[in-house]
Write a protein that binds this ligand. Sequence first.
Ligand code: IMP
Length: 425
Amino acid sequence: MSVTVIVGTQWGDEGKGKITDLLAREMDMVVRYQGGNNAGHTVVIKEEKFILHLIPSGIFYPKVTCVIGNGVVVDPAVLLQEIKTLQGKGFNCENLKISAQAHVIFPYHRDLDLAQEKNREAGRIGTTARGIGPCYVDKFNRRGIRIGDFFHEDIFRQKLEWNLAEKSFLLNNFYDYKVSYDADKIQKEYFEYFRAFQSLVIEESTSLINEAISKNKKILMEGAQGTMLDVDQGTYPYVTSSNPIAGGACIGAGFGPQEIDEVIGVVKAYVTRVGGGPFPTEISGEIGDLLRERGGEYGATTGRPRRCGWFDGVVLRHAAKINGLTQLAITKIDVLDALETIEICTAYECEGKVIEDFPTDLAKLEKCRPIYEDLPGWKEDLSKITDYRNLPLNAKKYIDRLAELAEAKVSLISVGAERGQVIRL
Ligand code: IMP
């Protein structure tokens, strides 16, 4: 077996891009299996920062086949821009393959995303406004347009017209969000994008992936967002519209669950969340600001400041259970270097009871208060350490505690954004 899945164990932004990039050099294939350009995976190579929204983070290695799987939703303008940017930096992207079954984001999806958020008043999700949710809605409602539809212009046109009529009516009349779409213009624009990357589109992405599995090739499934943003297992409705969890890889790439060998949970040493929704260990004030500034906690996609909080062991336990984590990759531990004392939430107190399992009922979750354990900080610069033995004792104790909470072994510790700033165990 040769399939490894990388998943975020929190609300996204755990540093999956860097971990994927690190592991990708040993891989034959990297596959994105869900989400779209709501993601922003950051990879720093020789002080140059790349933010990938759609293309798998293995693209920097020409020998690695990178697949945008059927479970991804693709905004063709964003994809083309990303390809061009990478080509401009010397990465030719010929190793990129795009599934014909991936769904396409249209302007009406972005408009619906904005209109629906405006309409929600209280309880806004705080989406990335990229049209992700409405595109998945069309997919599940069987109204979606897929990349493969570009091969059949008449079918494409029929689907486009139907969607434009439906969405114009909804936006203008229900949401009072004025739009006027021109089918010819949209078709022309979208076919121009498509023709520019047509040579990378493959009809049988699942065959390609399964063939690689049967040849025992090393394959990395790169999840976007995180477990707590999963539409089924996260803090619904404050979630994204796909399944970032490990099981989502089977659906969004098209292979059997028995093929998964390892599931690596990417665990940021503290927690952040961007957008609305519950966040039990959120901290405001000085320490929250310190984490945000030291960790550069601003959205890679939207630039929004991220909400910051102490490490939440209840969330990690939930992620370990839902994903079947076999390894942990701890990121951004260096951000905690400045702290005298570090708190870890190990359970919640809810109406006089101590609970260790993440509550699925949002009303109950809102009543939960974190129970913290204090751990002494290390007050030392970790950013240049590459050997586990050189870590200060208190940093080792912190790492051990996270592993204990997840009941999984730690295989990687990242101490900075650069490729080389990593400790392998
Ligand atoms: P959407 O995915 O744009 O529909 O947004 C739904 C929720 O998921 C919002 O709270 C977003 O801020 C959050 N979200 C979506 N993608 C990411 C991500 O890559 N990192 C962190 N949060 C995300």
